[in-house]
Design a protein around this ligand. Structure first.
Ligand code: AMP
Ligand code: MG
Length: 486
């Protein structure tokens, strides 16, 4: 049987055994490839051209594990909605780390591949709709230029999974720089074995932040790096209106990729209080809370790292606190720079923050669509007629124009900065739902999903004929709800 050409290594499996459990994937009754990401496959140096669909389905469902695979479930803990719990991969397996042609190393993960010792009360399975959802949104995030795990394939298992009703089961092949999470460190710390935490710190540094090894306090340097990446990541999320939806510490990656697409969604009308997840009753993970939640999660990472930071507990605490406190200012300054770019502003002026706040305030007041408001500004499409009937925006528009002129940049430089920052197309929640409904419906119609994926490959480039993809939901997303991807 021809194979895709995996080149597996297993560095994570060389960590102490407490960090994982070896588990084989469950057998899928009748696996069938639903989507396969040829572009990603070729970036990974994989060649699907000689592999027939049946063999592809067999290998990506786990029925015929590729040569060199050594599946394991990773142990981790996490704060879920603020409460600590021991968790672990309950329905996913790390199959191996693939070595890419460019020398990088990526985790190959099966999600929905059956029960593990960490499944608790869950069935270890995943349904087709949520796996396609992760595929679609993660690939859209990649198209938007945001660090994210990727999706190589979704294979239907040919078996039903029981949720509120019977649904088709599926396995997603997820590709990540790693699956080391804040919760991985919380787990090692909770076990109270200093060697375990030290081994994990060394591993994370070696894999993601090799420069930290030479630092005076490597664990502190690691913490600082993660803080840095996370600040940038959340700035990206706020740039495009992404709401993760379940920012538990087990869903925060150490390398700064967006991970775990469950109840995530995109903001339509601008309101920092928007939260779509059905289980997020307290709106803990609302759009505008994401920066402070990121900092809260980083504080949990800092706590877990304390014994590795310094043998003197007081000293370790002081250093960790200082590091975590730095997040707020780091985030704020990057957020202002990001908003400047969205408005096309070069350099900085003391009035910029007011200019930004006032535009957001106008959007909030008018329930204006976040994406379209910025992309209309980029396209110079805020019409004079419209402004007359909206005096607050007209006044703002004048201030904005004056600021641009004072910047002294040619218009095309301004426009190209704005166009590179403000997407025209995002995965509109109602379109995502329609595409998933068609794909999981009786006819298994994949066309809407494939079209949406195609549009979202180049989200910054406006193209004629795609106007429907810029349409907000009729109720601006008010009635929208998302569910955890179980
Ligand atoms: P999540 O909210 O998807 O990040 O998952 C949180 C925890 O629940 C992780 O330990 C998952 O592995 C586990 N989990 C989620 N769904 C299932 C399932 N269907 N079966 C077993 N474990 C699950
Ligand atoms: Mg998770």
């Amino acid at each position: 049987m021809a194979s895709l050409g995996w080149r597996f290594d297993h560095s994570y499996a060389r960590l102490p055994e407490a960090m994982f459990a070896r588990v084989a994937p469950a057998r899928a009754r009748d696996p069938r490839v639903v989507v396969f990401n040829h572009t990603l496959a070729s970036t990974l140096g994989l060649d699907a051209s000689a592999v027939d669909l049946q063999s592809l389905a067999a290998s990506l469902s786990g029925n015929a594990l590729p040569e060199g695979a050594l599946p394991l479930a990773q142990a981790y803990a996490g704060h879920q909605f603020g409460h600590f719990a021991m968790l672990g991969d309950g329905r996913a397996l790390l199959v191996g780390e693939h070595l890419c042609p460019d020398g990088s190393r990526v985790d190959i993960h099966f999600k929905g591949s059956g029960p593990t010792p960490f499944s608790r009360r869950g069935d270890g399975r995943a349904a087709l709709g949520p796996m396609l959802r992760e595929y679609l949104i993660s690939e859209a995030m990649h198209g938007l230029g945001i660090p994210t795990t990727r999706s190589l394939a979704v294979v239907a298992t040919g078996e039903a999974v029981f949720r509120e009703s019977l649904l088709d089961g599926a396995v997603l092949t997820r590709v990540a720089r790693s699956h080391l999470r804040v919760g991985t460190f919380e787990y090692a710390s909770a076990r109270n074995e200093p060697e375990l935490l030290d081994a994990l710190v060394r591993y994370a540094i070696d894999r993601h932040y090799p420069d930290c090894a030479a630092a005076e306090r490597p664990a502190l340097a690691l913490l600082n790096q993660v803080i840095d990446r996370q600040a940038s990541l959340v700035v990206h999320w706020l740039r495009v209106g992404f709401i993760h939806g379940v920012m538990n510490t087990d869903n925060m990656s150490i390398c700064g990729e967006t991970i775990d697409y469950g109840p995530c969604a995109f903001l339509e009308r601008y309101d920092p209080a928007v939260a779509f997840s059905s289980i997020d009753q307290g709106k803990r993970y609302a759009f505008g809370n994401q920066p402070s939640i990121a900092q809260w999660n980083l504080a949990r990472l800092a706590e877990a790292l304390l014994p590795a930071i310094d043998a003197d507990a007081d000293q370790a605490l002081a250093l960790a606190e200082e590091a975590v406190n730095r997040f707020a200012e780091l985030y704020r300054s990057r957020q202002v720079d990001m908003m400047r770019a969205k408005l096309g502003l070069a350099g900085d002026s003391s009035d910029d923050e007011a200019l930004i706040t006032d535009f957001l305030g106008w959007m909030r007041e008018r329930d204006a669509d976040y994406t379209n408001s910025f992309s209309m500004l980029s396209a110079g499409r805020i019409a004079a007629g419209k402004l007359e009937s909206d005096s607050s925006l007209a006044a703002w528009h004048q201030r904005w124009q004056a600021r641009l002129q004072a910047g002294g940049e040619p218009l095309d430089a301004v426009t190209s900065r704005m166009r590179a920052t403000n997407p025209v197309y995002i995965p509109r929640n109602h379109q995502v739902e329609a595409a998933l409904a068609a794909a999981t419906g009786p006819a298994g119609d994949l066309q809407p999903l494939e079209r949406l994926l195609d549009v979202l490959k180049r989200p910054y480039l406006e193209r004629p004929g795609l106007e429907a993809y810029t349409q907000p939901a009729q109720d601006a997303g008010r009635g929208y709800q998302t569910f955890c991807g179980t």
